[in-house]
Design a protein around this ligand. Structure first.
Ligand SMILES: *Cc1c(COP(=O)(O)O)cnc(C)c1O
Length: 415
């Protein structure tokens, strides 16, 4: 949350204008206080349940400093690639708190994860299960697995971020799950320890989570009857956050109470994989105005951040609140905020109400912590923006801006 003092916006006592002056724009800015607060909210909300492990979903924002902050307050991690595993090794994350998700784990990803000793793999197909068994056998290890079921639940969110529908590529059809567990249970080098589902992202209703959990619990009981004892329930991530001022996402407490109600009699460890709801509102993108223009009836503010810095508006038509960091009185009118990239879709905000601003004035784009910098690209050969964290009343650079020479580093000029 930003505060306002003497007409200037502040994040944890630091002026956004000063940050823009010191580090240049565009830049990403995170609040350590809010990361810790969001995590502790989850932790406290689930404290009534005996065993809960929060596995922060690394893909939401994977800067090693952010990962280290979560590690230091007891978080585990949910990863989806070798690169993310490498980040966790770098910060010496506890392997027994790491789960590996994703539909396309490569042999190398499986080998390295087994070597590191992760808690379990969330398996998404029979093919993958057989592959994990084969690789574990080669390494003389047993791989703990959980099966990601596709519960066919509509999470009532954006179709691109719905992952538990019949039509999606994710998970194993719930009706097949019993058979797959039985198969896994007979495998020499695989040990089924968990049940997993992740139904989507930016979810505002608790009932889809509960409907999904009900299906998992029914499966759990069927497995028990067959002598397959599961000890982990991984219910994924997906809890929504506030983007619009009018958004009212469920609180972590409400979510927890409903989940605990279902889980309390099962003697299992609950695993959560929140991403967006831990980092989304802790991050901001600062950008400066380069030019103003009017085309026909539309007023544009052309800024120095583009879809290469923040892809969500172009990719999902997502809304991010945008405002000026130094408040100006007077009439407001509507502008489209667009970036420098040569694409019509390079839009950060449509019809944003702003006062009269001029070149070099700074805007803040809210709720940019999740799926922000991690989705940044070098399109148009633009450097990725630096990342800064506010911690202990000061600001620290946690990722340098790309240097242009780096952008050509891997290219080979054949002369
Ligand atoms: C992306 C993802 C998450 C995190 O989702 P959020 O909506 O950011 O909480 C958790 N689990 C899996 C398997 C994912 O793919």
């Amino acid at each position: 949350m930003l505060d306002i003092k003497d007409n200037k916006l502040y994040l944890d006592e630091i002026s956004l204008y000063d940050i823009a002056q010191s580090y240049g724009t565009p830049c990403y800015l995170y609040s350590k206080n809010s990361l810790v607060k969001e995590f502790n909210e989850y932790k406290n909300a689930f404290s009534n349940l005996n065993h809960t492990l929060i596995c922060y979903s690394v893909k939401a924002c994977s800067n090693i400093n952010i990962l280290k902050i979560f590690k230091d307050i007891g978080s585990g991690f949910d990863i989806v690639s070798l690169g993310e595993l490498e980040r966790l090794k770098y910060i010496k994350a506890d392997p027994s708190k790491i789960v590996f998700s994703g539909v396309a784990k490569s042999d190398k990803e499986i080998e390295d994860s087994l070597d590191y000793g992760i808690l379990f793999f969330n398996v998404e197909s029979i093919d993958e299960l057989e592959n994990i068994n084969r690789i574990a056998a080669d390494l003389n290890k047993t791989a703990n697995i959980s099966i990601r079921v596709n519960p066919d639940i509509d999470p009532k969110t954006h179709p691109y971020i719905s992952t538990g529908l019949k039509s999606s590529k994710f998970g194993i059809e719930i009706n097949q799950a019993l058979e797959v567990y039985t198969y896994a249970n007979q495998m020499e080098n695989v040990n089924p320890v968990g049940i997993d589902a992740h139904i989507g992202s930016q979810i505002f209703e608790i009932s889809p989570f509960i409907d999904s959990l009900d299906k998992l619990i029914a499966l759990y009981k069927n497995l028990k009857d067959k002598g397959i004892n599961i000890t982990y329930f991984d219910i994924g991530g997906g809890l929504g956050i506030k983007y619009f001022d009018s958004d009212e996402p469920p609180s972590k407490k409400e979510f927890a109470d409903r989940v605990i109600d279902k889980m309390k009699d099962l003697n299992c460890t609950l695993i959560l994989e929140p991403g967006r709801s831990l980092v989304g509102n802790a991050g901001y993108l600062l950008t400066s105005i380069l030019y103003k223009k009017k085309n026909y009836d539309k007023d544009f503010l052309i800024v120095d951040a583009g879809m290469n810095d923040l892809l969500r508006p172009s990719l999902y038509n997502a809304y991010h609140k945008i405002e000026e960091v130094v408040k100006v009185n007077g009439d407001r009118s509507k502008y489209d905020i667009v970036g420098p990239i040569c694409e019509t879709g390079d839009i950060l905000g449509k019809d944003v109400e702003l006062p009269k601003l001029s070149k070099n004035d700074v805007l803040v784009i809210h709720s940019a912590g999740a799926y922000g910098h991690v989705m940044a690209s070098n399109y148009n050969t633009r450097p990725k923006a630096p990342e800064i964290i506010i911690d202990d009343g000061g600001s620290k650079l946690i990722r340098k801006k790309d240097m242009l020479s780096q952008l050509m580093e891997n290219e080979l000029l054949n002369e």
